[in-house]
Every structure is written in structure tokens, then in C-alpha cells.
Design a protein around this ligand. Structure first.
Ligand code: FEO
Length: 167
């Protein structure tokens, strides 16, 4: 049986994942409003994946006989000055999520909760990818600078991302 402390922390993580989904949905809308259809797509897929992250923990809590506690989702930003600013916010946010996952893992370790650690291993690997991708796009956008054709090509590239359900 999960401890109340771990149950509470996993519920907080569900909320953080849903907040992430909300953040990326807002970025997607902002890109749509500005005509960046590739980035609109990319952030929309990101939105879908974050919901899957939340559901992975949601399903885990249920499978362990623990209670799901859905909380209000805080407001997110509405507009980003540039695509670079959106990806910089993405990286910053993913770094916060990585810390949350690491803290969860440390708690599960302290409680000798091996099944929870096993479930969290997926998230640890995922966070490496999340941060790497955001950094990759930040580097590319810095290289592109004010080059309109470069930005057009970048946007076209991000239009290719497709969503594969996780859960
Ligand atoms: Fe669910 Fe982007 O981490």
C-alpha cells in the first residue's frame, strides 16, 4: 500500500503534468494566432503527450488501490514574444518537472517503494528527452535569428511531428 505522503506527491505530479498540458495548449494557440502552423502542431502534440503523462500516474494510483485527487489547474501564459521565448519557457518548465520527478523518486526510494520507482523510471528517461529537445530547438532558433526563411523552414520541420498515444 502506498503511504499517504507518496499518494499526495503522485497526485501533485498529476496536477503538474496537466498544468504542462495546459501550458503547451496555450503555446499552440499562440502559434496558431501568429501563423506558425508547424509550431502549432508541435505544441499540440506536446499537449497530448502531457495528458498521457498525467494518465500514466492516474492509472498507477488506481492500480495500487490509492486515491486520485484532481486539483484546480493554475492559469498559464497566453502570449510569447517570439518562438524562441516559447521554447525557453518550455525548457525552464521541463527543468522544474525533472526536479519534481527526481524528488518523487527520492521519496519512493526512502520508502523502499520499488514498484513506484519502476514506474518513475519511465519519467526519468522522458525528462532527459524533453530537456534535450527543448534545448535543441533553442539552439536552432538562436542560429536562425531574424532570418525569415530559416524560421519558415524550422516551422515546416515541426509540422511533421505526430502523436502516438502512450496509454
Ligand atoms: Fe510530462 Fe513534459 O513532462
Amino acid at each position: 500500500m502506498l503511504s499517504k505522503k507518496l499518494e499526495e506527491a503522485l497526485n501533485a505530479q498529476i496536477n503538474a503534468e496537466l498544468w504542462s498540458a495546459y501550458l503547451y495548449l496555450s503555446m499552440s494557440a499562440d502559434c496558431a494566432a501568429k501563423g506558425y502552423i508547424g509550431m502549432e502542431n508541435w505544441f499540440h502534440v506536446q499537449f497530448q503527450e502531457e495528458q498521457d503523462h498525467a494518465m500514466k500516474i492516474f492509472n498507477y494510483l488506481i492500480s495500487r488501490g490509492a486515491r486520485v485527487d484532481l486539483r484546480p489547474i493554475d492559469k498559464v501564459g497566453k502570449s510569447w514574444a517570439t518562438p524562441l521565448a516559447a521554447f525557453e519557457d518550455t525548457l525552464e518548465h521541463e527543468q522544474v518537472v525533472t526536479k519534481m520527478i527526481n524528488d518523487l523518486y527520492a521519496l519512493a526510494d526512502k520508502e523502499k517503494e520499488y514498484a513506484t520507482q519502476s514506474m518513475l523510471n519511465w519519467f526519468i528517461d522522458e525528462q532527459v528527452e524533453e530537456e534535450e529537445t527543448a534545448q535543441k530547438y533553442i539552439d536552432a532558433l538562436k542560429m536562425i535569428g531574424n532570418n525569415g526563411f530559416g524560421l519558415y523552414q524550422f516551422d515546416k520541420e515541426l509540422a511533421k511531428r505526430t502523436y502516438t498515444p502512450l496509454v
